[in-house]
Design a protein around this ligand. Structure first.
Ligand SMILES: Cc1cc2nc3c(=O)[nH]c(=O)nc-3n(C[C@H](O)[C@H](O)[C@H](O)COP(=O)(O)OP(=O)(O)OC[C@H]3O[C@@H](n4cnc5c(N)ncnc54)[C@H](O)[C@@H]3O)c2cc1C
Length: 387
């Protein structure tokens, strides 16, 4: 019988090798446990994103192994950013310095960087081009069907398979809720003029408030340019995000000259963002969910990579505890949920309130930026709200 036609047994199966899954695998790399990492694509692969990496990406890597943070320091396929420019609907702008540097790197490069670290770990068995189709919980293990020839049996399953992933669909009752979901599109443009150095640019456009249009600089005179909107407002306004992005960069007075000679590289692509403004089922008997699979995207800024990495690391740590205590019960897993929500819930909830207050009211954004320009106290408040 070939290996692929029998059932393979693992202590832990991680489904999905994006930032959540790769970080989870890095955490488990030296645990002595038998771990499989299943990924439907093969690396390097793209993922639709704004490509902004929060300052705590290297901190998470450092907390797993300082060598990983050092490798990130040497990873040069990224731009380092130290400030954000908010452009109000009335086109006034304010620049705010970050307390810590962030970076921007295409997901094609960044996810491959993380994945290449995982590939150095002999105890992690990687299956690329392998899609999980079905999941069957049994009394003391979970069975995973990944195509007609591959079946795995695991004591613990960690779902890192992104928005509307199969693990959450099979093991929880969570469904998409338009109040807690966003949609966004992005394109890569070459030769955009006057990009302020080391700066994330956020344009608060009336059509898509409380979301925004972003211009994030990339190495090689390129920029990731995109636009998003909360699903509850999109279903009301019915705007087409691709068209709005293209029309805005061609017509908006502050952008049209800057994009006159710019060239779109490839297509404008879109994807969903499950927002962390509601608590969802994040774990249960013999399973945990991380990153987008656990709805952990910041409801105002749209950032989710840092959250994916933190939750991936925490799930890896919780998994080691489960094996140490031989406890895979739903109640034992709750420690994992608590750790993740202790880290993110307060900020996500405050950002959700910010998102509601700004709503689709341009005057709120204009007033906030006008006042911030005059008043450093308000600038500090904006820093607390957005950064
Ligand atoms: C347009 C847009 C812009 C964004 N901008 C930013 C930003 O600038 N900064 C930021 O921090 N966040 C941003 N986000 C959010 C960010 O992309 C996500 O939060 C992040 O990718 C979550 O990582 P993850 O590992 O949980 O999931 P993913 O990155 O989605 O990875 C999931 C992995 O699982 C694999 N997979 C899926 N299903 C299966 C299956 N059945 N079997 C096997 N493998 C499977 C996929 O191929 C993928 O590799 C943006 C999102 C969008 C849509």
């Amino acid at each position: 019988m070939s290996e692929l036609s029998k059932t393979l047994e693992f202590d832990i199966v991680i489904c999905g090798a994006g930032p959540a899954g790769a970080t989870c695998a890095l955490t488990l790399g030296q645990s002595g446990l038998k771990v499989a990492l299943l990924e439907k694509s093969s690396f390097p692969r793209d993922k639709v994103c704004g490509d902004a990496l929060a300052a705590y990406v290297p901190l998470v890597l450092n907390s797993i192994r300082p060598e990983y943070a050092e490798a990130f320091t040497r990873f040069d396929e990224r731009m380092i950013v130290d400030s954000v420019r908010f452009v109000a609907p009335n086109e006034k702008h304010i620049d705010i310095k970050f307390p810590k540097q962030g970076s921007i790197s295409t997901r094609f490069k960044f996810d491959n960087f993380l994945f290449s670290l995982v590939k150095t770990l002999p105890d992690i068995r990687i299956f690329e081009n392998t899609t999980v189709h079905n999941i069957t919980p049994e009394s003391d293990h979970i069975v995973i069907d990944a195509g007609k020839d591959l079946r795995l049996k695991t004591k613990l399953l960690i779902g890192c398979d992104g928005a509307q992933g199969v693990v959450s669909r099979k093991l929880t009752n969570t469904t998409v809720n338009r109040n807690h979901y966003s949609a966004a599109v992005r394109g890569y443009y070459e030769n955009v003029k006057d990009i302020p150095p080391s700066t994330f640019e956020i344009h608060l456009l009336p059509e898509v408030l409380p979301s925004y249009l972003w211009i994030f600089p990339l190495p090689g005179n390129r920029a990731n340019v995109g636009i998003g909107q909360v699903s509850r407002l999109l279903s009301r306004t019915k705007i087409n995000l691709r068209e709005t992005l293209q029309r805005t960069i061609q017509e908006a007075p502050s952008l049209k000259d800057r994009f006159k000679d710019a060239r779109l590289m490839g297509d404008i692509e879109g994807y969903g963002l499950p927002l962390g403004s509601r608590k969802v089922t994040m774990s249960g008997p013999r399973f945990m969910l991380c990153g987008d699979a656990a709805s952990l995207i910041d409801p105002l800024t749209g950032e989710g990579i840092g959250q994916a990495m933190v939750s991936g690391r925490n799930a890896g740590r919780q998994a080691m505890l489960c094996f140490k205590e031989n406890n895979f019960s739903a109640s034992f897993m709750k420690q994992y949920d608590k750790g993740v929500y202790d880290k993110f819930w307060k900020t996500h909830y405050a950002h959700y309130l910010g998102q509601k207050i700004i709503g689709n009211r341009p005057w709120v954004a204009n007033t906030a930026i006008n006042m911030a320009l005059k008043n450093t106290l308000l600038e500090k408040a904006m820093k607390r709200l957005f950064l």
